[in-house]
Design a protein. Structure first.
Lengths: 503, 177
């Protein structure tokens, strides 16, 4: 039986095949896809604009098939997907702010990234002057006796990124949380347009600092798909090493930080030491603690020598020695378990609806991991498990990360055993005309999607979709009926990216 | 937990005496910063960090200043939750237009005398985000910057060096708060 995506694409001109098909559809089929998303037969991977076109990336999860459908909208109006499928809402609001594309009949038409500070509207579409006076942002109402509001941010108490949270509480219990993001919008997609590959890769690596490897990896793979680059084997394996080191460092740091938000600082202190050991080893082996700007289109720019391998190996041995005691400590401390078990429950149905990636999805029964589902090299050739739990609470998210630390340790071992010799980077070929490419890479937080079109060696349009787009809205859902004091715990167990989302 | 705590009584601390020249340098540096802070302010130095549009890379490294290897708090360098408790405003990012207002308001909430330290390459002039419709382009466009610490992101060691330089300059009166 042909898959749903095959049926959607049937008889249509395929504009791009690298590595997944893209086709232009009419409004009728666009609405059909929106309906299939709402019915749960397809998953939404992204929705983004161009000056007179809107694109939607979709996935048939059972068949692991992906496609992009595009709708011409010269009049800058298209049928809203968010009307039927709420996960698209914020993406549509962003497409309006950046391109002036209106989602017809969308239930939420408030601005999202545009805070009326840019001095212009629709900066990536047909620019017009800013509104003379900013209209106040209308938060959703919460009505009832004795409710009070708590406004937090954009400047938070800790050393974290800026964003605004509006809580409505009844006594200690949160009745509604509404997020207001966009504070760190830097206009990266605007800067991408017209950039050459080198600069664009640099920008991609600065979308979200904790995922700098994942972004450079995803961007490079998209560019390579467009240009049909053949990446040398050694580079393919080194990339996976970098990606696993990044995952390891972030998971170790966050497991401690989650416990810290339950005021259990001992875990935080020990986990920070392990995280630091990974960063120091990365610095010794690759010359940068966060391994920034090492993955580039065509390969990698730094090789790993024997000494670097030894240093990383020593750091991993140390983690293997010390981490189990910390896991035991987490598991056996009743006061800590009291805070994490049953707190901030994300229901599996919501995780599925939003196609939530990373540990958030996997702690709520969604087994998607791009390394397994899409099996991009070298992961098609590596042995690893994708841990899944169904509880969906803070505790489950911690355990998924614990298991993923173990998996990353094993993956790095396998990479060291089988790291092939050879060159590091393929040379770029000159080309004329337009080429498109797309890639999805599993970062520590979830699947990072990059779609781009190159023209004559330059980026014409590049869209980078952080996994947080589908995770932030779920945080609003999980905090409901929890106490205000548990918000930091829930928030840290999600650890969504502000910068990756605001872009 | 008891076992872990017990072990830590006997295990050498992570901030070892002389494990490598690198770590010794860090300890010396941090002591020097603490001493300079006390000389200048008569007490320890409180820092309030504001992310004005960074990619979060700088924040990760600022966090590292608090881990057991650097442990800057032992020298009296403290990150505080409110700008009203701060002596130093540590700002990262190219300053997005959406954050400009919040940054200014945070600055005005810091009591005098105060210093502004801009952290990272994009905090100097916007870095690779310069020229975007959405960024102001550097902290000094918005606030009087006393010190800029370069790097993408600067390592914890580089940040410690920078804080020391700030205090020494403040000591000689080059900075008028």
């Amino acid at each position: 039986m042909p898959s749903l995506i095959d049926r959607i694409l049937e008889g249509r001109e395929i504009l791009q095949r690298r590595p997944w098909p893209r086709t232009v559809v009419g409004a009728h089929l666009w609405k059909f896809v929106a309906n299939e998303l709402a019915q749960g037969r397809l998953r939404l991977l992204g929705l983004w604009g161009e000056p007179a076109m809107v694109h939607m990336a979709i996935m048939d999860e059972d068949a692991a098939e992906i496609a992009v459908v595009s709708l011409d909208c010269a009049d800058r109006i298209y049928p809203s997907v968010g009307l039927r499928h709420p996960p698209a809402l914020r993406l549509e609001r962003a497409a309006y702010d950046l391109f002036g594309l209106t989602a017809e009949a969308a239930p939420d038409a408030r601005p999202w990234l545009d805070h009326n500070c840019w001095g212009a509207r629709f900066p990536l579409g047909s620019r017009i002057d800013a509104l003379p006076k900013a209209t106040p942002y209308r938060f959703l109402p919460a009505e009832g006796d004795g409710l009070h509001q708590i406004a937090v941010g954009p400047v938070h108490a800790g050393i974290i990124e800026p964003g605004h949270f509006r809580f409505t509480a009844s006594g200690e219990t949160v009745v509604r949380l509404e997020q207001r993001l966009g504070y760190v919008h830097k206009g990266i997609e605007g800067l991408m347009a017209g950039a050459n590959l080198e600069r664009a890769a640099q920008l991609a690596g600065r979308v979200s600092g904790d995922s700098t490897v994942a972004y450079a990896y995803a961007f490079s793979r998209a560019a390579e798909a467009a240009l049909e680059f053949v990446v040398p084997d050694r580079a393919i394996w080194l990339r996976a090493l970098l990606a696993e080191l990044e995952r390891l460092a972030n998971h170790l740091g966050d497991i401690g930080a989650i416990c810290n938000d339950a005021s259990f600082t001992l875990m935080h202190a020990h986990c920070s030491v392990l995280r630091e050991s990974v960063l120091r080893a990365s610095n010794s082996a690759f010359g940068h603690r966060l391994m920034r700007d090492i993955i580039v289109p065509g390969g990698v720019i730094r090789d790993l020598n024997d000494e670097g391998e030894k240093i990383i190996q020593a750091a991993l041995d140390n983690i293997r020695l010390r981490f189990p005691a910390l896991v035991e400590l987490y598991d056996n401390t009743a006061s800590l378990q009291d805070r994490t078990v049953g707190t901030g429950v994300l229901k599996p149905a919501l995780a599925r609806q939003y196609a939530a990636g990373g540990y958030i999805g996997r702690a709520s029964g969604r087994a998607f991991d791009a390394r397994r589902a899409l099996a991009y090299p070298p992961y098609d050739d590596l042995r690893f498990e994708v841990p899944v739990l169904n509880e969906g609470d803070v505790n489950a998210r911690v355990w998924i990360r614990v298991r993923e630390v173990e998996q990353s340790l094993s993956l790095i071992d396998q990479i060291f055993e089988r790291l092939p010799e050879g060159s590091l980077r393929a040379d770029a070929e000159q080309f004329r005309g337009a080429r498109e490419g797309m890639a999805i890479v599993e970062g520590f937080r979830g699947d990072v999607l990059v779609w781009l079109r190159l023209r004559d060696g330059q980026i014409e349009r590049c869209h980078l979709r952080d996994p947080s787009w589908f995770q932030w809205p779920l945080l609003e859902a999980v905090i409901e009926d929890n106490i205000v004091a548990d918000f930091p715990l829930c928030n840290k167990s999600f650890n969504c990216s502000y910068s990756g989302h605001d872009l | 937990m008891r076992k872990l705590l017990f072990e830590s009584l006997f295990r050498r601390p992570f901030t070892e005496q002389a494990p490598s020249s690198d770590d010794t340098a860090v300890a010396e540096l941090a002591t020097a910063v603490g001493r300079a802070a006390r000389r200048r302010l008569g007490r320890s130095l409180s820092i309030r960090e504001v992310d004005a549009g960074s990619c979060n890379g700088c924040e990760l490294e600022i966090h590292a200043l608090n881990n057991a290897y650097y442990d800057v708090e032992r020298f009296g360098l403290r990150f505080v939750a409110s700008p009203r408790h701060a002596d130093v405003l540590m700002v990262t990012g190219p300053v997005t237009k959406n954050m400009r207002d919040a940054l200014e308001r945070t600055y005005h909430a810091v009591p005098n005398p105060k210093w502004v330290v801009a952290i990272g390459d994009c905090a100097r002039d916007g870095g690779c985000f310069a020229g975007s419709y959405a960024v102001v382009g550097g902290v000094s466009e918005v606030l009087p910057v006393d010190l800029h610490i370069p790097g993408c992101p600067p390592t914890p060691t580089v940040m410690l060096k920078g804080l020391l330089a700030l205090l020494e300059r403040a000591d000689t009166g080059a900075v008028t708060p």
